[in-house]
Design a protein around this ligand. Structure first.
Ligand SMILES: *Cc1c(COP(=O)(O)O)cnc(C)c1O
Length: 411
C-alpha cells in the first residue's frame, strides 16, 4: 500500500507538476470534479478581464473586427482540433453540446438518404438520447431511434441504419468504447458515426481522422476547463462538409452573413455549421484555457491519469475495504477514461460529507460516487488525502448526519 510519503515522492518526479500553478484552485479543496466543471485558469481570468475592460468596454462593436471576435469559433476550433486528431478546418466551437448533437444528427440523416434509423447505447448520456428522441418524433414517425445495450451495438448495425451515435467514454462508469472498431463496423454497414467526446477531449488522446470518424461533438466546460456553460465544439470530416444543408440554418452559417440576403446560401466548409452570434466572453475564457492545455503533452496527461486512477482504486480497496464500496468502472487502463465510480447504497450522503470535508466529487443516481482525474492540477498526494478523508468519514460514520441526506438540485 502506498504511503503518503511515497505519494509525495511521485509528485516530485511528475513531469506535469508545474501546470498546477496555472490554475486558481481554492486552498483546502481537493478537486475531483474536473470531469463535470473544470477549474479556473489564471490565463482565462486575465483574458476575461482584458476582453471585458478593453475589447468590450473600450472597443465596443469595433471589436468584432479589431479583436477578431468574428473568427473565434474557427480559431478556437483549430486549437481543439489538435487534441482530437482533426484538421484545423474540421472543428468549430459554438452552441451547447445538445444543440450541436441536433445539428449533426439531422445532418447525418441527410447524408444517408433512404436510411431512417439512429442507433445508440442505452447507457448514453440522457441529453444525447433526448435529442435523438426529439428529432425522430419531429420527423413524423418514419424514423426509428434504436437503443440497445453497449455490447449489442455491432448486432444492431444493419442496412437501415443512417448513423451510430456513441459517447466514447461512458459518463457513469467511465468505460471507454473502441472508436476504431465501432467506426469500422458502422461503416461496413454503410452507416455514419457521430462520436460524443464530452469525457474524452482533454482527458485522453483522441484520433478522429485516424479512426475515420464522420462527425463528433464535445463539451468545453469539463476536461477542457472552458468555464461554466462554455460552448461545445463540433467536428465534421472534410469529405462531408459541403454535402450538409444545416437544419438550423442561421445567419452566421450563411455564405455572406453581412449581405443580408433573404435566401439562405450555406457557407463553404465547416462554417455552415455555425448559426447564432457567439457568446464572446465564454469563448474567450475557453480559448485561454485551451492554450494552457496545449502546452502539455496529451500522452503524459493520459499516463498520469492512469496512475492517479490506479492509486485511488488501490487505496480505496485496501484502506476502505470494510466500508462496502464496489468498483463500478473497468479496472484495465485500456478500457476506461479518466474517472472512477464506486457504487454504494449510501453514496449520496457519503459524497455530501466528503464535499464538506473539501474533497469534491459528485454523485450520479442511483448509487454512484464519481471522481474525476485531471492530471494538470491534481497531485498524487491529493489522491492519498482524498481517500484518507473518505476512510475517516466512513470509520467515524460522519456521513450519517441528517443534513447529508438532503438532496440538492444539482448533484
Ligand atoms: C456533459 C455532457 C453533455 C452536456 O450537454 P450540454 O448540452 O452541453 O449541457 C452532453 N453529452 C454528454 C455525453 C455529456 O457528458
Amino acid at each position: 500500500m502506498t504511503t503518503r510519503q511515497q505519494a509525495v515522492a511521485l509528485d516530485d518526479k511528475d513531469p506535469l507538476a508545474s501546470f498546477r500553478a496555472r490554475f486558481l484552485l481554492p486552498d483546502d479543496v481537493i478537486y475531483l470534479d474536473g470531469n463535470s466543471l473544470g477549474p479556473l485558469t489564471k490565463a482565462a481570468k486575465e483574458r476575461l478581464q482584458r476582453v471585458i475592460g478593453e475589447e468590450w468596454g473600450q472597443g465596443l462593436i469595433q471589436s468584432w473586427n479589431a479583436a477578431g471576435w468574428h473568427v473565434m469559433p474557427q480559431t478556437l476550433g483549430a486549437k481543439i482540433a489538435k487534441l482530437i486528431g482533426a484538421k484545423s478546418d474540421e472543428v468549430v466551437c459554438a452552441d451547447g453540446t445538445s444543440v450541436n448533437l441536433f445539428k449533426l444528427l439531422s445532418a447525418a440523416l441527410q447524408l444517408r438518404p433512404g436510411r431512417r434509423v439512429i442507433v445508440s447505447d442505452d447507457g448514453n448520456f440522457p441529453t444525447d438520447l433526448y435529442v435523438a428522441q426529439g428529432l425522430t418524433k419531429m420527423l413524423g414517425g418514419d424514423h426509428e431511434f434504436r437503443l440497445v445495450g453497449a455490447d449489442d451495438i455491432p448486432a444492431a448495425l444493419d442496412q437501415t441504419v443512417a448513423v451510430l451515435m456513441m459517447t466514447e467514454v461512458d459518463y457513469r462508469s467511465g468505460r471507454l468504447h473502441d472508436m476504431v472498431d465501432l467506426t469500422k463496423k458502422a461503416h461496413a454497414a454503410g452507416a455514419l458515426v457521430l462520436w460524443d467526446l464530452c469525457h474524452s477531449a482533454g482527458a485522453l488522446p483522441v484520433d478522429l481522422n485516424g479512426a475515420g470518424a464522420d462527425l463528433a461533438v464535445g463539451c468545453g466546460y469539463k476536461y477542457l476547463n472552458g468555464g461554466p456553460g462554455a460552448p461545445s465544439f463540433l467536428f465534421v470530416a472534410e469529405r462531408h462538409q459541403n454535402h450538409i444543408h444545416p437544419a438550423i440554418a442561421g445567419w452566421h452559417g450563411h455564405a455572406e452573413p453581412f449581405a443580408f440576403e433573404p435566401g439562405y446560401r450555406p457557407a463553404d466548409g465547416i462554417d455552415r455549421m455555425l448559426c447564432s452570434t457567439i457568446p464572446v466572453l465564454s469563448i474567450a475564457a475557453f480559448d485561454a484555457a485551451i492554450d494552457v492545455m496545449l502546452e502539455a503533452d496529451i500522452g503524459q496527461i493520459r499516463d498520469k491519469s492512469i496512475r492517479l486512477f490506479d492509486l485511488f482504486v488501490n487505496l480505496v480497496e485496501t484502506r476502505c475495504a470494510e466500508h462496502g464500496f464496489q468498483l463500478a468502472s473497468p479496472r484495465a487502463a485500456a478500457e476506461r477514461g479518466s474517472q472512477v465510480s464506486f457504487a454504494h447504497a449510501d453514496g449520496y450522503a457519503i459524497m455530501q460529507a466528503l464535499i464538506e470535508r473539501g474533497v469534491i466529487g459528485d454523485f450520479r443516481a442511483p448509487n454512484l460516487l464519481r471522481f474525476g482525474f485531471a492530471p494538470l492540477y491534481l497531485r498524487y498526494q491529493d489522491i492519498w488525502d482524498a481517500v484518507d478523508a473518505l476512510n475517516d468519514i466512513m470509520a467515524t460514520e460522519t456521513w450519517r448526519q441528517e443534513k447529508y441526506a438532503v438532496r440538492k438540485a444539482v448533484t
